[in-house]
Ligand binder design. Sequence first.
Ligand code: OTD
Ligand code: ZN
Ligand code: ZN
Length: 356
Amino acid sequence: MTTRITLRRPDDWHLHLRDGAMLQTVLSYSAAQFGRAIVMPNLKTPVTTTALARAYRERIVAALPPGADFVPLMTVYLCDGTSADDLCRGFEDGVLTAAKLYPAGATTHSEHGVTSIAKVAPVLETMQAIGMPLLLHGESTDPAVDVFDREAVFIESTLRPLLRDFPALKVVLEHITTEEAADFVRADASGRLAATITPQHLMFNRNAIFTGGIRPHLYCLPVLKRERHRLALRRVATSGDARFFLGTDSAPHLRTLKETGCGCAGIFNAPVALQSYCTAFEEEGALDKLEAFASLNGPRFYGLAPNEASVTLERSSWEVPQDVELAAGGALHPFLGGSRLPWALRDAPVPEPVAA
Ligand code: OTD
Ligand code: ZN
Ligand code: ZN
């Protein structure tokens, strides 16, 4: 039985770091696990320009624990009015790594998102020309579409025509949750389409949200799906296929804002991300494929070198803490908080929150 596994230091290709006191607390968890992360731009005031992304990057770097080996890769939030010139300059100056498209209203803080692809066509033309990746929250926002069908409908209604109309645009379908998405990405032969997968969508199906009562800490968007979808995601994640890579979608909300009459969507998995992926890969008999998924496929898609440093996971049962306290008050309940995981990170202990 494998008792230890060493990987090149992985990266998180989809992460919500927030801002202010929340950033100060959650960043240390990601920095303990990952070398780089694609930072989502859906702040309360969204990161819609290169100047805002540059300022946000500075706040993130200032909040890093001393000695941390972590590089934030910034994204910009596309709006109907986004300037192609600003995006182009931001990408060419190395401030921006990608642009994020939220269909307006699809998820947390997406109300300023794009109302139709036509509205951003000139921006997408520019991105295609300069090789800047488009990151998609792939869910239909048609209120008539069932919440469990929104990803599959988005693929046919929006993604397929988008790929046809922008034949060289690099696209990441973020946090895929369905067999339809996995099959769609696998069927693409162009090499410019990839997908990220979260730990929660590999570990749970939608029944988990309703086990013994309603479980707000397992509510995220896109919502967990049926078992057949979870199994399809496990197959592609563990296949070694370079088009699938790690993106935690760690999305912290205060416990009080999740345990309420209208709870926020989002799962804070940063403290347990690698340990969770490792557990899922072992269950599939695919520990030998973890490094490709976590550390190699993502940099390859983004045209970056893999990290030089390494991390080691050890077989060691540990209990995930129930709560992470924020220095400014309030608490976050991490993914799997209160349960045990069979893998622990060596030399990168789960850090204590840093005082603001
Ligand atoms: N999903 N929550 C959030 C974002 C993601 O769609 C996402 O990327 C969030 O809170 O920012 C969530 O459930
Ligand atoms: Zn999303
Ligand atoms: Zn997200």
